[in-house]
Ligand binder design. Structure first.
Ligand SMILES: [Zn+2]
Ligand SMILES: [Zn+2]
Length: 146
């Protein structure tokens, strides 16, 4: 891990709003890092690629993912219907090394020349914004005047 975040979700965790997050759980659900190894089924991220870890982990294969509802992924590694896994159902990103579930569909490569501080902004804002824009684009008919 090169960098991780603190966001408003952490305030909910501190207030005890999410009882599934048990004491001792390593928090953090976004981050920037470099690939140090590939798990089974991960093929398109060369080792040492710099990547953004999204707050949403999605399999890309279940019924919800195929409809573009990545944040409602049904993969059984987390809580089906909730795309949030890191720092919730498993230990999160505030560590030196992290295993990213569903990595093939949940990481984004960082372009050469983009610095870690610049990427810090995009790791929190871009995944939800991108997901929202995609969902909106799919829900607006092509003939709409919007
Ligand atoms: Zn967050
Ligand atoms: Zn899925």
């Amino acid at each position: 891990m090169a960098a991780t975040t603190i966001c408003d979700t952490d305030l909910h965790l501190l207030k005890g709003d999410v009882p599934e997050v048990t004491p001792g759980r390593i928090r953090g659900h976004e981050g920037i890092g470099a690939m140090t190894g590939l798990g089974f089924g991960v093929t398109h991220f060369p080792v040492e690629d710099r990547v953004i870890i999204s707050c949403v982990s999605s399999c890309g294969r279940c019924a919800n993912c195929r409809q573009g509802l990545d944040s409602h992924c049904l993969d059984p590694e987390g809580t089906p219907g909730i795309g949030w896994i890191l720092g919730y159902m498993i230990d999160g990103t505030r560590v030196e090394y992290v295993r990213v579930p569903r990595a093939e569909n949940s990481l984004n490569t960082i372009s050469d020349g983009v610095t870690t501080p610049r990427t810090s902004f995009s790791r929190t804002v871009c995944p939800p914004a991108s997901s929202g824009a995609s969902s909106t684009a799919r829900s607006v008919p092509a003939t709409s005047s919007r």
